[in-house]
Design a protein around this ligand. Structure first.
Ligand code: SF4
Length: 512
């Protein structure tokens, strides 16, 4: 190679050979207008899920969504968007992991599925946002109507329902939790900010920016006022339970700090999902602020009854839902409840170890004699009945050894090293709890319970992983409940498409 040649410079032709003409390349012209015809129907294939969603939504009665529309035939003004379209767009968006109105607005410009749904129209993100939270009753009715379709298809039987709770993070940071004094300070600052916005001497901005700033300031003030209101309620509860003064999130006052599956804590809501075991369809969904599931099964059964007109025959839950109240309520309704009673063995062992009791002197080493109503200790001494203790649900009876027996006993250092004499508590469970314990000891109940995690956690995982709903986009219990309902409808339709839907043959032939 010629070392003196500059890069890009043509190398001289070898002597005797004809020069090769320059290659001819296609030029890119970006300064031209192009009119391209679009066949909207051809934008997506015949079996695209957007078609299935459009089809099934169109088959439902959407009168509830039409009631609020002010534009009517024969009167001047802009026509409203068809609720069938807005519902289909939102459901399709959730099934593809999109839960932002602004993102949908952007997608409507270029994404074939959104372009097909909207017929190449763009829907303003405010319209989409407002629609998502404006029709609670109608949305519930739509959920119920779709459950009717799924029942008709044989995908819901209510013979066995798996119920579970899952924590979904709130749209608020852990650092947004404030005490009363700080909230009041922030509220004062927000009020001042809102007042200044109305001041004509303030900095000049465009009308659109001014409106956005005014709305943001007003919403911040409203959130802080709501936070102070929420705080007052929590303070009253904390006083009655003699707990520490509470804090409330200034961003989402109704969110609560809850333990996450990874062991950390975050502002969250507790989403309760009931799924029919036949095909994993969601038959009931609710959102609560409780950090645990203790009191959530009874409301969940009520939701299922309201949605489907009857209660499930059997409900399978984890130990977090099982307590005397729940067992009694399910028994009274004739519902077969499957779920393990919480095991307190570890707590009992920890308490005994803390008291320095050796394993050979744990309660099981003491023999109960029902005829004499007393215990006999490993050293052959009696622990006489002393009295009954107050306890929620179960009856607790206390027994105690004689002081002289323990003081003269060689085993005292292992049996009751930190007390003068040994005592024991006998717990007597109510009949319904005893019956439940006996049922759960059976092989059949254990086999059913083994299926729980796989079926119950399927919709949880789908909603979190595929729909990306690990964190709510909206704030406040009312709005996050609606968001959970949208996700439940989207989930059920995604399963219906997967299991049942077939595109119309004529359409398939036309598009092929
Ligand atoms: S310490 Fe008391 S209760 Fe324990 S083994 Fe001895 S006599 Fe029995």
């Amino acid at each position: 190679m010629d070392k003196n040649r500059v890069w890009g410079q043509k190398s001289p032709e070898p002597p005797g050979e004809e020069a090769r003409p320059q290659p001819r390349l296609r030029a890119v012209n970006r300064c031209q207008m192009v009119l391209r015809p679009t066949d909207v129907e051809q934008l997506i294939e015949a079996h695209h899920p957007a078609r299935a969603i459009w089809e099934i939504v169109g088959q439902q009665n959407l009168d509830g969504f039409l009631e609020a529309i002010e534009a009517v035939e024969g009167v001047a003004g802009r026509s409203a968007w068809d609720p069938r379209l807005l519902i289909s767009v939102w459901i399709y968006a959730y099934t593809t992991g999109v839960s932002s109105a602004r993102e949908i607005f952007r997608l409507c410009r270029y994404h074939p599925a959104y372009q097909w749904l909207t017929g190449l129209k763009e829907i303003n993100h405010h319209t989409l946002s407002d629609f998502r939270v404006a029709h609670q009753q109608a949305l519930n009715e739509l959920f119920v109507q779709i459950l009717g379709v799924l029942s008709y298809e044989g995908l819901i039987t209510l013979e066995r329902v798996m119920h579970d709770g899952t924590k979904v993070k709130a749209w608020a940071a852990g650092k947004s939790f404030r005490r009363k004094e700080t909230l009041e300070k922030h509220l004062e600052a927000a009020r001042q900010q809102v007042e200044e916005m109305g001041d004509p001497r303030s900095e000049e901005v465009s009308e659109r920016v001014a409106k956005a700033q005014e709305r943001a300031g007003r919403e911040k003030q409203e959130r802080l006022e709501a936070a102070l209101e929420e705080l007052q309620q929590l303070q009253a509860e904390a006083r009655s339970k003699k707990q520490k003064p509470p804090r409330v999130s200034a961003t989402d006052p109704e969110a609560r700090v809850m333990k996450q599956p990874d062991g950390g804590f975050a502002p969250s809501y507790n989403v309760q999902i009931s799924s029919d075991a036949k095909a994993d369809m969601i038959v009931g969904i609710g959102v609560c602020q409780a950090a645990n599931d203790t009191a959530e099964l009874v409301p969940a059964v009520k939701r299922m009854e309201a949605n489907l007109g009857e209660a499930p025959q059997q409900v399978v839950v984890d130990g977090g839902f099982i307590n005397q109240g729940t067992i009694g309520a399910m028994e009274a309704q004739g519902i077969d409840l499957i779920g393990p009673l919480p095991d307190h063995t570890n707590q009992t062992v920890a308490a005994l170890e803390k008291r320095g009791v050796a394993p050979e002197f744990f309660p099981q080493a003491f023999r109960y004699e029902a005829e004499r109503n007393c215990y006999v200790c490993p050293a052959g001494r009696d622990l006489a009945f002393e009295g009954q203790e107050k306890s929620e649900g179960s009856a607790r009876y206390r027994y105690r050894a004689k002081l002289a027996d323990c003081q003269g006993c060689l085993s005292k250092g292992q049996c009751c090293p930190k007390s003068q004499r040994r005592s024991l508590v006998r717990t007597e469970e109510p009949p319904e709890v005893r019956r439940h314990r006996e049922k759960m000891a059976s092989e059949a109940a254990r086999e059913i319970y083994k299926q729980r995690s796989q079926i119950a956690e399927f919709p949880n995982a789908w909603i979190k992983e595929k729909f990306g709903l690990r964190r709510f986009r909206l704030r406040g219990l009312f709005k996050v409940t609606l968001e959970a309902m949208w996700a439940a409808i989207a989930y059920n339709l995604a399963q219906w498409i997967r299991l049942c839907w077939k595109p119309k043959k004529a359409l398939g032939a036309a598009l092929s």
